[in-house]
Design a protein around this ligand. Sequence first.
Ligand code: ADP
Length: 266
Amino acid sequence: MTSVVSRPNATPLSEELQQRLNQRLHTAAAAAQATDPKPPQSTAAPIITLQNTCKTYPNGSQALVNINLQIRRGDFLFVTGPSGSGKSTLLKLLYGQERATSGQVIVHDQDITKLRGNRLAKLRRRVGVVFQDYKLIPRRTVAENVAFVLWAQGFSRKEIHRRLWPTLKMVGLQGKARCFPDELSGGEQQRVSIARAVVSTPPLLLADEPTGNLDVDNSVQVIKILKKLNGIGITVIVTTHDEHLVRMSNHPVVQIRNGYLRHMQR
Ligand code: ADP
């Protein structure tokens, strides 16, 4: 990470929203020990719309069948269901790793199934993703893992510095900035991966089984951080097969079984 290029077309958020989220990140860092905010009541426009969406893999595996789902800006949604039911596939459609076989997948007002190349890359910058297995770069420190995203998007050195520390603070890792991933616990590694996913302040965060490898305490901590991010305006979608975690929360939940989605009453 030696040179920092300028950031010509990289405007993943409107300036106003970006400033607001930056400001909130700072505030949230200061309030990191405070109790969870209440889930915001969403009256906003949809950030995601799936309409009659199907996904069949080339080997014939029907992962998603006729999905209809709308998620509004500021929502926090749990997606539950047993292993192999289609949860990861749903998220993969939302960040463009997989393409729907039919139907629409509207993210940030664009049908992602129709985007290619630069336009897809640009949209993906507005979506933060957290994975069950963290996907950290092993020979990079915590700070470097998080800063790398900003560097790759062309943020200036000054801006990287400005964003890095409040974000690490928010996930409670400011004291581990110089550690390497293999010097951290699983919970800490997952918190690095959350920091990496949100340091560029994307309006949408997708977390695919973020607690799948964690014990109960660390799982609760991770969900608390995700709620806190939701509290500052980021739309959050979390997949989990852990019903206990879902029951602990009053956020909306949908269930996927054998590729079919069901809206659950709370
Ligand atoms: P979950 O996240 O709920 O465990 P997935 O979305 O990973 O479920 O998988 C849903 C279904 O799609 C499963 O039957 C799985 O075997 C199948 N599947 C997932 N990825 C692929 C792939 N790349 N190729 C073929 N089948 C796949």
